[in-house]
Design a protein around this ligand. Structure first.
Ligand SMILES: Nc1ncnc2c1ncn2[C@@H]1O[C@H](COP(=O)(O)OP(=O)(O)OP(=O)(O)O)[C@@H](O)[C@H]1O
Ligand SMILES: [Mg+2]
Length: 219
């Protein structure tokens, strides 16, 4: 078994499948969870991930092609993209014109998802694969699909999605996290429109000040 990554919840390995090298994402049991509950969560996330990957592709957002979903063994066989993640590109290049462009386009892709009602759940540079200049989104297991009403409930959810990105940029790229996030927002606004992007931005501020308030009270 050629393991390529061991994520927080899944084992990712390559397999020869009908003569094709494919990537298998297998959600493995978590010993600390009750076994019945654990299986339920893994089944649900596997189905959710496969469904959202296909829905995203319908919206014009590139995702690895799904070959097979095995609900019993909680694994997905998908196209293997032998390319670095955006996280690797940023780490190797630092803040460059290329990185600026890739963050901008990542923002446009997440904007397309939000326009189509898909909230990714973990839209970070580690979940973007840069393949021949194209960006592919992966890791949809925690995502959800709603009606894209852009009412306050939806705006809040969109803001929570982008706040996951902002927090990951801050913890990984402290010095230039703000520039990276700005580039992302420029791409995002160009797709969802400036008005909606500004409303999401206000919700991000609100979520963050609430988070500070509660952390402050705990200390
Ligand atoms: N289709 C693919 N082709 C190539 N590499 C992939 C593919 N899917 C995932 N990977 C690699 O495996 C890593 C983990 O995949 P993924 O994010 O889907 O799993 P995860 O268990 O949710 O991991 P994490 O906890 O790290 O987010 C990715 O960051 C990427 O490097
Ligand atoms: Mg991931």
């Amino acid at each position: 078994m050629r393991v390529i990554a061991k994520g927080a919840e899944a084992l990712l390995y390559l397999e020869d499948w009908l003569g094709l090298t494919v990537l298998v994402k297998e959600r493995t049991p978590k010993g600390y969870r009750d076994p019945v509950f654990d299986k339920m969560i893994r089944v649900r996330r596997t189905i959710n991930e496969a469904r959202l990957m296909m829905d995203a592709a319908d919206l014009g957002v590139k995702t690895p092609v799904i070959y097979d979903v095995d609900v019993v063994r909680t694994r997905i066989r998908m196209q293997y993209l032998n390319s670095p993640t955006l996280n690797h590109v940023i780490k190797n290049n630092g803040y460059s014109k290329l990185v600026k462009e890739l963050m901008n386009r990542m923002g446009a892709l997440v904007g397309m998802l939000h326009n189509g009602g898909i909230l990714h759940g973990d839209p970070t540079p580690a979940n973007v694969i840069v393949n021949n200049g194209d960006e592919y989104l992966i890791d949809f297991g925690l995502g959800e699909k709603l009606k894209p009403t852009w009412d306050s409930k939806y705006l809040r959810k969109a803001a929570l999605d982008l706040n996951v990105l902002l927090r990951s940029l801050e913890s990984n790229y402290g010095e230039y996290s703000e520039q990276l996030f700005n580039d992302f927002i420029n791409g995002y606004s160009s797709v969802v429109g400036d008005g909606k992007a500004a409303s999401v931005g206000r919700w991000i501020k609100r979520i963050r000040s609430l988070a500070r308030y509660y952390t402050g009270r705990l200390l």
